[in-house]
Design a protein around this ligand. Structure first.
Ligand SMILES: [Zn+2]
Length: 291
C-alpha cells in the first residue's frame, strides 16, 4: 500500500510530466467503486480543463485545474488588448486516492492499455494519464471551484509546528502507535513510517499517547519528518519506475530499522526486534532502545 512518501513521489513525477497540458478527452471504465463523484461529472469537470499543478495532500493526489470561460463581451475592443477580460479562469480539483494497488501512469497512446484501467485522460501534449487499479480500493473524485483548496482531514506531518504536534496527542488514551495512524490527526502516516519513527524516537508503540512528555513528542515529530523526508528523497530518484508506463513496477524500499525485521538483531543494540499487534496492526520495536 503506498504511503505518504510514495504518494508524494508519484504526485511530483506526474506533475513534471503533465502540468500545463489540456485534458482533451476523458474515458472512464464504469466500475462504480472507483468513482466517488459520478463519472459524468468527472468527465465534465476534466474535459477541456488545464492541469495547473499535481501535488500530494496526505495520501491523496490533488490535480488543480483551470478553465478558460467566455466572458461577458463577445466583441473584444481594442481597449481590451492586454486586459484579457473575455476569458476568466475558473478552477476545480481532481482527487486521486491510490488505495491499495492504484497507479497513475503517463503513457503514450501506443502503449497497450493495462488490465484494470479505470480512467484515461488524453492530454494536449500527446500522452495519456491513466489510472490503473486491480483491487479497486482507489478512488477518483472532483471538487467544484467554489470550495477551498483541498487540505485533507488531518494535519500535514512534514510541516506541522511543534505546538500543534504536541496538542494533537493531549488527553489521548490510545497507544501512540494507533494515534500516529489516525488519519484525522496526522494525515498520511502509515504502518511502516509509524514503526520507524517510534524506533528513532525511542518510544514504545503501546505507550499511551496522552502520557508522553513534550520532549518525547518533539523527538517523535523530528523522527517522523526525517523518516518521511528521507523516503521522499529515495523515491525521487526512482520516480520513473512507477509513473512512466513502460517502467518497472514497484516502490522503492527505505532501509527499515524495525519494520518487518522480527527476530533480527536491532541495528543499535543487537537485541532481537519484537513484533506485537497494536490497534489491529502489526508493530515492530526494540524493547531495549524504546522505553
Ligand atoms: Zn535496540
Amino acid at each position: 500500500m503506498p504511503e505518504l512518501p510514495e504518494v508524494e513521489t508519484v504526485a511530483n513525477g506526474v506533475h513534471e510530466r503533465v502540468h500545463g497540458q489540456i485534458i482533451e478527452r476523458v474515458w472512464t471504465s464504469g466500475k462504480p467503486q472507483t468513482f466517488k463523484s459520478p463519472e459524468s461529472e468527472i468527465a465534465g469537470v476534466l474535459t477541456g480543463a488545464r492541469i495547473e499543478r499535481v501535488r500530494r495532500v496526505g495520501k491523496t493526489i490533488v490535480v488543480s485545474l483551470s478553465r478558460q470561460t467566455r466572458g461577458d463581451s463577445p466583441h473584444p475592443t481594442s481597449a481590451s488588448v492586454g486586459h484579457p477580460s473575455s476569458s476568466v479562469v475558473s478552477s476545480a480539483e481532481f482527487l486521486v486516492h491510490l488505495g491499495m494497488t492504484g497507479r497513475l501512469l503517463v503513457s503514450a497512446p501506443s502503449v497497450e492499455v493495462p488490465k484494470h484501467t479505470h480512467a484515461i485522460l488524453s492530454l494536449s501534449g500527446g500522452n495519456e494519464l491513466r489510472f490503473v487499479d486491480a483491487r479497486r480500493f482507489g478512488r477518483l473524485s472532483v471538487r467544484a471551484s467554489e470550495e477551498d483548496a483541498y487540505d485533507g482531514p488531518g494535519i500535514e506531518p512534514l510541516t506541522v509546528s511543534e505546538d500543534d504536534f504536541v496538542a494533537l496527542f493531549r488527553g489521548r488514551k490510545t497507544p501512540i502507535k494507533a494515534a500516529l495512524l489516525n488519519q484525522s490527526l496526522l494525515h498520511g502516516v502509515g504502518n511502516i513510517y509509524a514503526d520507524e519513527s517510534l524506533f528513532r524516537a525511542g518510544i514504545r508503540p503501546r505507550r499511551q499517547a496522552g502520557r508522553l512528555t513534550r520532549k518525547e513528542l518533539l523527538k517523535l515529530r523530528e523522527a517522523l519528518k526525517v523518516v518521511l523526508a528521507h523516503a521522499i528523497e529515495l523515491g525521487g530518484s526512482s520516480v520513473s519506475d512507477y509513473v512512466d508506463a513502460d517502467g518497472v513496477r514497484g516502490f522503492f524500499q527505505l532501509e527499515h530499522r524495525v519494520y518487518m525485521r522480527t527476530g533480527q538483531p536491532c541495528l543499535v543494540c543487537g537485541s532481537p526486534i519484537k513484533k506485537i499487534t497494536v490497534g489491529g496492526r502489526s508493530t515492530h520495536y526494540c524493547a531495549v532502545c524504546q522505553k
